[in-house]
Design a protein around this ligand. Structure first.
Ligand code: M6R
Length: 630
């Protein structure tokens, strides 16, 4: 939550390549806006002073403000796009916040938990506050230390030293960036349990919440550790801990190009990302098995002997990623015969879970920064569990703090509603399940080879669904005034139903619920009234027959009570036709792999319907892409 950018250069960039600090910072904010869009603001250091602008609402509002009231040319700047925690989304609560008589500007992501106590101390010293934010308290603390404790010394290191002293007093999770008028050409940043990466340029350096903050300018990035402070100038990057001891970051190259984070001719990132899915699955499969069908997940780097001893798997994740975990459970238990639990990460550590050295914890996260998931992984490690992260974001915190990582290669996912990351997470979970089964000898190599062959056909099948989505889109548009849509599924179709409902809720603001079809008669069927739309994800008739016929019975049951039945079924399943108002067919595929196909029509439905309502499908209200606070 919240996007943060910092920049220092030593000469103006060539025209057209982001001219001064402001251009670079605004371009970074444009790319990071998916992290929060309640307000945006910038500050630059120029002519011995701080100049800043900030505005409630999306980045466009700030751009309008900058046009009306331009900022001076500068080579040092910071920028922020906000997801509100403390204080509503107003101009006054927007970042940057100023302190030290307007000579210091601070932006912040996270929550300062002891802000009330610090505020009292600062009020007692006569400091005045104009916002309701915890950020303004952090800024005031930093300003007070810089001016009163360090005597306003403007030597190069003093802002860094002030940041170190401030961080020693801050509790909670935060990324802070600061610039001071007395130290032009310097941005100082700190991180604790909140994301921050450094971008390395030639005669310029960058800071970002993630690499998209500077991907237009450099692919060289540095990962920072927890509780570190980084000071950038145009020519240097210096890292310390909160007590001033020198520290090192880990340099890496960003392997995606900026074009992959553009809309590519689609109306929205979400639509583009839905269309990226054949590639996201193909890339996630790439290079992970040999021609004989042997899985080669060398990157896992956990002693295979330890993995053989695992007697329980716990999958931890939130939201869509947790639904990928539910699919993983069906596959892993089927192939590996290891009991597998799936738990929402925010519930996990508060219930005294039973975890030991033979427990394998698999976390799933697109961003790798979800605070709930990170905290759950830390807890599991403390209890002695082995931890594997399935993650889409290179260099992010969760994989860094896990024993091993299996990266999904979906490319950057910008739309808040997760689509391609979900399919890539499921794909990676299948690979992990097959790998464990291979290692432990649960299934024959031939079977693994068959599943891999089936997986390799998935991208073309997704493409077929995308190419034939016209009638589904038409239906979605016609349903834009619906008040409620229900989703039913069974076996691996159950998490698909949950995901279909979540997509509709989050981008179309329509009440939507997903149910296990077998649960209908235990309560939810009471919701069915004349005209109630119900999506039903039907299992293959070729798999477990009993399940297919049971779900067909469920369709009849809701239809008999007036529901409009919208059915997702496998090609060739004629049995559903008589009971469905609309049938959307997906290509034949083995039951366990079906979610990679049946999810796609539900994503398309939600995106099309939300678009027809005139909503911004990429930036739905109240949400942010990465939930980096608990
Ligand atoms: O980055 P993560 O995968 O850890 O995010 C988890 C959830 O916040 C995320 O999947 C969320 O539910 C999406 N907005 C759903 O579309």
């Amino acid at each position: 939550m919240c996007g943060i950018v910092g920049y220092v250069g030593n000469s103006s960039r060539p025209a057209g390549a982001g001219h001064g600090a402001l251009d670079v910072v605004l371009e970074g904010l444009r790319r990071l806006e998916y992290r929060g869009y309640d307000s945006a603001g910038v500050a630059v250091v120029a002519d011995g002073a701080i100049s800043s602008r900030k505005k409630a609402g999306k980045l466009g509002n700030l751009l309008g403000e900058l046009e009306a009231r331009p900022l001076p040319e500068s080579l040092t700047g910071i920028g922020h796009t906000r997801w509100a925690t403390h204080g509503g989304p107003t101009d006054g609560n927007a970042h940057p916040h100023l302190a030290d008589g307007g000579r210091l500007a601070v932006i912040h992501n996270g929550i300062i938990e002891n802000f009330a106590e610090l505020k009292q101390q600062l009020l007692a010293k006569g400091v005045e506050f104009s916002s309701e934010t915890d950020t303004e308290v952090a800024a005031a603390l930093l300003g007070d230390i810089f001016r009163n404790q360090l005597g306003g010394d403007s030597s190069k290191g003093s802002l860094t030293e002030a940041m170190q002293l401030a961080c020693q007093r801050l509790e909670g999770a935060f990324t802070l960036l600061a610039v001071h008028a007395d130290q032009p050409g310097v941005v100082v940043a700190a991180r604790r349990n909140s994301p921050l990466v450094v971008g390395l340029g030639e005669g310029e350096n960058f800071l970002g919440s993630d690499v998209s903050g500077f991907i237009d300018y450099t692919r060289r990035a540095v990962e920072l550790g927890q509780d570190q402070i980084v000071t950038i100038t145009a020519d240097s990057v210096e890292i310390t801990d909160f007590f001033g001891a020198p520290a090192e970051g880990k340099e890496y190259n960003v392997d995606w190009d900026p074009a992959s984070a553009e809309k590519g001719g689609f109306n929205s990132f979400m639509e583009k990302e839905i269309h990226d899915q054949p590639d996201a699955v193909a890339q996630t499969l790439l290079g992970r098995s040999d021609l004989n069908g042997k899985l080669t997940l060398d990157e896992l780097r956990i002693d295979p002997e330890l993995l053989k001893q695992v007697d329980k798997i716990i999958v931890l994740a939130c939201g869509t990623a947790a639904y990928a975990g539910l699919v993983a459970k069906y596959a892993i238990e089927n192939w590996c015969r290891i009991p597998t639990e799936v738990e929402l990460a925010h519930e996990f550590r508060y219930r005294d879970p039973i975890v030991d050295a033979n427990t394998l914890v698999v976390s799933i996260s697109q961003s790798g920064e979800t605070m709930d998931t990170l905290m759950a992984v830390r807890y599991a490690r403390e209890q002695g569990a082995k931890t594997i992260s399935i993650c889409n974001t290179n260099g992010s915190t969760i994989p860094r703090e896990s024993d091993a990582v299996l990266y999904t290669h979906a490319g950057p996912e910008i739309a808040v509603a997760s689509t391609k990351a979900f399919l890539a997470q499921i794909t990676a979970a299948y690979l992990l399940g097959l790998y464990l089964a291979q290692l432990r000898g649960n299934i024959f190599t031939g079977q693994i080879k068959d599943v891999l062959a089936d997986l390799s056909k998935i991208p073309a099948k997704i493409q077929k669904i995308l190419d034939n989505s016209g009638p589904l889109r038409e239906l979605a548009r016609s349903m834009k005034d619906e008040k409620s849509v229900l989703f039913l599924g069974r076996h691996v179709g159950f998490p698909v139903a949950l995901e279909g409902a979540l997509k509709l809720k989050e981008i179309a603001y329509i009440h939507a619920e997903g149910f296990a079809a077998g649960e209908l008669k235990h309560g939810p069927i009471a919701l069915i009234d004349e005209g109630q739309p119900v999506f039903v994800v039907v299992p293959s008739p070729r798999g477990r027959d009993s399940l297919h016929s049971k779900v067909v019975s469920n369709i009849q049951e809701v239809r008999a009570r007036g529901a409009r039945t919208l059915v997702i079924a496998e090609e060739g399943d004629e049995a559903v036709r008589d009971y469905a108002e609309h049938v959307f067919y997906v290509p034949e595929t083995p039951t366990l792999l079906m979610p990679l196909l049946t999810t796609v029509p539900l994503q398309i439905f939600a995106a099309e319907l939300a678009g027809a309502k005139g909503y911004d499908v990429d930036q739905p209200r109240n949400l942010a892409k990465s939930v980096t606070v608990e």
